[in-house]
Write a protein that binds this ligand. Structure first.
Ligand SMILES: Cc1ncc(COP(=O)(O)O)c(C=O)c1O
Length: 489
């Protein structure tokens, strides 16, 4: 038997010996899942993880089998009760969608089929193609454009920027590398742009120093004069400006850059125009925002997350590229073990690895496909509209509350505010507001997160939550004011 020693054991399989046992356990799991989601409003928005659980989760790798019902009991005791809480109606931290019951079931089905949505003639490849077509419809992209589902906004942005980098130079960057480009390849975006753009620049080899961070106005929108001056200065210095990244919803305040103007500047200077619309691009579905976001249709690429404002279970993001040829050229590989055939399993659509960094990929498309069918896109538009209306309502509540103030104008679904008290220094106010955020979370009242705006600590609400109701925002406002009042100077 060569290298392997012959064993006396039976042949091994990881399938159960008792299928009825696992079936019954599965039914119990589904019951528990649905009860959990149905009753989530009765739970605290967050609870501390006990020391005992943290210790339990440090145990060594299991060497021998354990009863599956017992494993499930451990999950129920140590894992299930301590979620981050983004399924809760009063969770508005960072930018995290809420998920849905049907989306969770879709994940189970996807894991059951367990396809590698990379290559081959099988249904998952066609489901993803259809989901991408639906994404194109939502963003007003032509069917001839291309795209790929990825883990999230960060991967969607880097995928688009790699295409932009390669497409905007005469040389073959894939072969020659970035050092063959003329001068430095430079990219332009506002100071409010998400950190993943900088990370992408580092990974792409242009370096974070090549990300020209342009200042913003009082509404946190990019300053166009400064942008044009920066591009012209780079051209004069012999650099290669290649891309403008516009924000459709900045992470800090939800501001939308003047996208029409950015489009004009990029066309004038022959630059790639990419839009980071991680959450905000989806506001395109809401008639009141359609005009402001119309330039997405003209952009060269757009990145957005379905696990944010489409409320899909984590993870799933999407990138769309107008020029499908440029997209493929940036990633396509030929390998003897990845050949497409005319018939059989190795036939089928163009392998997905030709459109992104990953080869092996899960079946994230299924939850999107099933969820969009379950609700229809109009219901998503209504939920997004509701989130925006709730953010404006929260803004009004804060404006009415004597001890609270808004720190940025509400322009979409993000609200930044703080507690104020006369006589406190800037540093004391920052400390007090941080204390409010931690207390709101620790008491399980609500989970906003925070940011710093012009040196001021802000309590930050990013509303991509389809479970939130107006009363949830009323609770946030009254409890923030109450906790603030109780904290001594
Ligand atoms: C504007 C923006 N861009 C990019 C990202 C990164 O997205 P992800 O966390 O899905 O990688 C975020 C995340 O909040 C974001 O708000």
């Amino acid at each position: 038997m060569g290298k392997l020693e012959e064993t006396a054991h039976d042949e091994v399989t990881l399938d159960p010996t008792d299928w009825e046992e696992i079936r019954n356990l599965g039914h119990r799991m589904i019951d528990d899942m649905m009860d959990h989601l149905r009753n989530i409003r009765r739970e605290p928005s967050w609870r501390e993880i006990p020391v005992e659980t943290k210790e339990f989760l440090k145990g060594n790798i299991p060497q021998t089998p354990q009863d599956i019902a017992e494993i499930y009991d451990e999950f129920k005791k140590h894992i299930f009760p301590y979620p981050s809480g983004n399924i809760h109606p009063r969770f508005w931290a960072w930018v995290q969608g809420t998920g849905t019951p049907f989306g969770a079931l879709a994940e189970m089905l996807a894991a059951t089929m367990n396809p590698n949505t990379a290559i081959g003639e099988h249904s998952a490849m066609y489901v993803e193609a259809q989901v991408l077509d639906w994404c194109k419809e939502m963003m007003g992209y032509p069917k001839t454009s291309s795209g790929i589902l990825v883990s999230g906004g960060s991967m969607a942005n880097i995928t688009a920027l790699m295409v932009a980098r390669n497409h905007q130079t005469e040389i073959d960057i894939r072969e020659l590398g970035i050092t063959a480009a003329k001068g430095r390849m430079t990219l332009y975006c506002s100071t409010e742009t998400h950190s993943c753009i900088e990370k992408a620049a580092e990974v792409m080899g242009i370096g974070s120093g090549a990300v020209r961070k342009i200042g913003v106005d009082e509404n946190y929108r990019i300053d166009l004069n400064e942008l044009v001056a920066a591009i012209e200065s780079d051209i004069a210095a012999g650099n290669t400006p290649f891309c403008i990244v516009g924000n459709a919803g900045t992470v800090n305040t939800g501001a939308i850059d003047p996208l029409d103007d950015l489009l004009s500047v990029s066309r004038k200077h022959n630059l790639w125009f990419h839009i980071d619309g991680a959450f905000g691009a989806l506001a395109k579905l809401v008639p009141e925002f359609a005009r402001e976001l119309k330039a997405i249709e003209e952009a060269d690429s757009v990145a957005f997350d379905l696990h944010k404002w489409m409320y899909m279970p984590f993870e799933v993001g999407c990138v769309l590229i107008k020029d499908a040829g440029a997209h493929r050229k940036a990633f396509a590989v030929e390998a003897n073990y990845l050949l497409n055939h005319e018939r059989g399993l190795a036939a089928g659509p163009d392998p997905m690895g030709n459109y992104g960094l990953e080869l092996s990929r899960g079946f994230k498309a299924l939850k999107v496909w099933m969820s969009l069918k379950e609700h229809g896109v109009q219901k998503y538009a209504a939920a997004i509209h509701q989130n925006i209306a709730q953010a404006f309502y929260l803004g009004e509540l804060i404006a009415k509350e004597e001890n609270l103030e808004l720190l940025a104008p509400v322009s979409m679904n993000v609200v930044c505010f703080r507690y104020r008290r006369d006589g406190l220094s800037a540093e004391q106010l920052n400390r007090l507001n941080k204390e409010i955020v931690m207390t709101l979370q620790e008491k399980g009242i609500a989970s906003p997160s925070s940011t710093i705006l012009n040196g001021r600590y802000a309590i930050r609400v990013a509303n991509t939550n389809h479970r939130s109701r107006k009363t949830d925002f009323e609770i946030l406002v009254s409890e923030s004011a109450r906790i603030g009042d109780e904290i001594p100077d």
